[in-house]
Design a protein around this ligand. Structure first.
Ligand code: ARG
Length: 565
């Protein structure tokens, strides 16, 4: 715990009737430097003290006495503000970063607890489209963040590899499939077959029946059906792997929907035994009308199970396997109702852990200018988007830094980072308007801007040419800009926690933009390396600290921090 906040808590504790935890929760960092380093809002006390918060703040500020680390206490409106000894703050923060280095902000909060994260989960035999970008990068970042906070994390790719559509695909493949085309361009071929099935089924409705019977065979484990399906799956996984390799994302398990097939009868039986299921229009359902939700379909009249049945089964399986503290579903808002139904059924089944299921939802991603070359129809392939970004990054880098070595590798890290950052920096529930000019603007609120700042810091450290000193004269940090940077650095551990609590890597993104911003303002005004050796040593320690935190922050987002750009 930060000892400045500790001291503020101690001072406050004597005068206000709140627990230390409560005090800690409401202490904030004022939005503007000039207001002070920390602030204690008095709104919460207004009720119990029956006094306006402004009065409480001004009374309190007179009563509270500064101690070792606090220098000044004063009130502004409903806030009691604290200014700390900036020399001591600098010493404390910079030493801490120096010592902890690549584990600054790391925490044990989650020790002994498991978080299961269900994310990415594309559908096999379909293109890995831009629609799956958000779940993929959000899930990956949350994994990294929770792991940093000491949780045991399990990443699950809940592949969409089961369902009646595979009956259709098998029919289409058997009728019109072309082996050569399939092996040379599997995803497009399968996608075409799927489209063709629907066109043909309009003219020849019997196809639907045939498809149903093939899916049934598949559910019963019939050899031919399983063989064809397995090949579709293998082809798809190979394609998905390309994207995961680019993003450097891996999964602890690829247990998709099909994995739960063997447990489905158990689930249905259990739901029936608990008296929750009923037959409606020949289908087996759970009526959720009382909860203002549509019925949850468990089994169709042809016996086929559904998406929801598989999710209910998967949740039970996961609890039995991992005894999770939380199970996160990183899935778009379009599936809100689905998860409400699934969670409700599990709750009605009497599972107390149903309250630990979280739908981490997010908005749409839209392409404003459709300059993407799409291989097929409306689908924008994620792989194409990533490649395009790398290409554009390469053009920019060639212009900005023609002599850079390793241009390809740097362009790759910047191009991928740009897409990932754009996605993550948009608050989850907001829609994203993807615009290439914005995504790759090196001076905008972007990934490349943060990466560029990092590269600039690295270049300063190279110029310094000496090992960075940990013991410097901390009283030399007398400028307001330096104080701002130090305060930002101090805030990093808290921001990681906030990202985790709200399942919102956007918190970290805006933090990194702010940190880059305060550093760049300082850099524009002041020279870092000068003839004054003591001042240089001090500033270089600051530079190294900012570099460490930016690199760490980017890695929690799943973004690389190149040393040169
Ligand atoms: N495959 C689904 C889709 O692409 C997402 C699956 C999400 N996870 C889950 N457990 N339902 O829409």
């Amino acid at each position: 715990m930060n000892k400045f906040v500790e001291e503020i808590k101690e001072v406050l504790k004597k005068e206000v009737d709140l627990s230390t935890e409560e005090i800690e929760k409401i202490i904030e960092i004022p939005p503007e430097e000039k207001l002070g380093d920390y602030a204690f809002p008095c709104f919460l006390l207004a009720k119990s003290l029956k006094k306006p918060p402004d009065r409480i703040a001004s009374d309190l500020s007179k009563k509270l006495k500064p101690k070792a680390l606090i220098k000044e206490i004063y009130s502004i409106g409903p806030y009691v503000n604290f200014r700390v000894d900036s020399r001591k703050l600098a010493e404390f923060v910079l030493k801490e970063i120096f010592e902890k280095d690549k584990s600054y902000g790391r925490d044990e909060t989650g020790k002994g607890k498991t978080i299961v994260i269900d994310f990415s989960s594309p559908n096999i035999a379909k293109p890995f489209g831009i629609g799956h970008l958000r779940t993929t990068v959000l899930g990956n970042s949350l994994y990294r963040i929770f792991e940093y906070l000491g949780y045991g994390c399990v990443s699950i790719n809940h592949l969409g590899d089961w369902g009646t559509q595979f009956g259709k695909l098998i029919v289409a493949y058997k009728r019109w499939g072309d082996e050569k085309k399939l092996s040379s361009d599997p995803i497009i071929t399968l996608f075409d077959l799927y489209v063709k099935f629907h066109q043909e089924a309009e003219k020849e409705p019997e196809l639907e029946e045939e498809a149903r019977s093939w899916f049934k065979k598949l559910e019963q484990g019939e050899k031919e059906a399983e063989g064809i399906w397995q090949r579709f799956k293998d082809y798809s996984l190979k394609e998905f792997e390309k994207v995961y390799r680019m993003l450097e994302i891996s999964f602890d398990c690829y247990t998709g929907e099909s994995f739960y097939n063997k447990y489905m009868d158990n689930t249905i039986e259990e739901i029936q035994k608990k008296g929750l299921a009923e037959i409606s229009q020949d289908a087996l359902v759970v009526d959720l009308e009382k909860y203002n939700l549509p019925v949850c379909l468990l089994r169709k009249k042809d016996e086929a199970t559904l998406y929801a049945t598989r999710d209910i089964t998967a949740a039970i399986y996961r609890y039995n396997t991992y005894k999770f503290h939380k199970l996160l579903y990183v899935v778009g808002s379009a599936q809100k109702l689905h998860f409400q139904q699934v969670f409700k059924v599990l709750e009605l089944m009497g599972y107390p852990w149903a309250k630990d299921l979280v739908h981490v939802d997010f908005g749409w991603i839209k392409f404003e200018k459709k300059i993407m070359s799409t291989r097929k129809g409306d689908v924008i392939f994620l792989e194409d988007v990533l490649n395009k970004s790398v290409e554009l990054a390469k053009d920019i880098i060639k212009k900005k830094n023609p002599d850079l070595e390793n241009k390809d590798k740097v362009a790759f890290d910047v191009g991928i980072g740009a897409v990932v950052f754009t996605d993550l920096s948009t608050k989850r529930q907001k829609d994203i308007n993807f615009d290439w000019d914005e995504v790759l603007d090196f001076e905008g609120q972007t990934g490349p801007y943060v990466q560029y700042t990092h590269a600039r810091l690295c270049s300063l450290l190279r110029k310094y040419q000496k090992p960075v000193k940990r013991k410097v004269d901390f009283s030399l940090f007398s400028l307001e800009e330096e104080h701002s940077i130090i305060k930002k650095l101090e805030d990093f551990p808290k921001k990681i926690k906030m990202s985790a609590e709200t399942y919102e890597p956007a918190v970290l993104c805006s933090y990194l933009l702010d940190l880059s911003g305060v550093f760049n303002r300082f850099y524009q005004k002041q020279r870092i390396i000068t003839d004054d050796e003591n001042a240089t040593d001090a500033r270089i320690l600051l530079v190294k600290s900012v570099k460490t935190v930016i690199e760490l922050g980017l890695s929690l987002l799943g973004i690389k921090a190149p040393e040169r750009m």
